[in-house]
Write a protein that binds this ligand. Sequence first.
Ligand SMILES: [Zn+2]
Length: 63
Amino acid sequence: MTSAEPEAVSASEDTEATCATCGAPVETDEWHPAASTKRGDGAVQILSFCDHSCRDRWQERAE
Ligand SMILES: [Zn+2]
């Protein structure tokens, strides 16, 4: 039997993200919870979360 070689995952470049709440790596090529927040200088920042619960936790903190 020929075993298929695992595809080499391209090194993460600008798609690397971490959960804004717990810091776990987030796979940005798959769907993931996200939220936008305004920073002090007015720039909009997109936050990524590994899970719904982490996004909820972030929202509770932000309020
Ligand atoms: Zn998380």
